[in-house]
Design a protein. Structure first.
Length: 99
């Protein structure tokens, strides 16, 4: 059982809107160094127990981290994209995470 998954994003407000469509709600917002950040919790989880929901399933939690624009070092008019691991099979890292 994992505690959470951390996801870097360019725009935290857009990311919060997206994950709300999947049933997540903001648990808290905070600042981590130069980044705005937020904890999202799946809304089907009971608030009575911090480790499981009412069906005794582990909670799903996401930590969003907004990468400040000055750290992205993007040329004018271009936006960096995450690496597509399906096209770069030699790269190591998270392949997928099922929520």
């Amino acid at each position: 059982i994992s505690h959470h998954i951390a996801i870097k994003t360019r725009n935290i407000e857009n990311a919060i809107k997206f994950y709300s469509l999947l049933g997540f709600q903001v648990e808290s917002k905070f600042v981590a160094g130069p980044a705005r950040a937020a904890w999202l919790l799946h809304v089907n989880c009971s608030s009575n127990n911090s480790n499981t929901n009412i069906n005794n399933h582990p909670q799903s939690r996401i930590e969003l981290l907004e990468v400040p624009s000055y750290m992205l070092d993007e040329p004018e008019g271009m936006q960096k994209r995450a690496i597509d691991l399906t096209k770069r099979e030699e790269l190591l890292g998270l392949n997928h995470f099922a929520l």
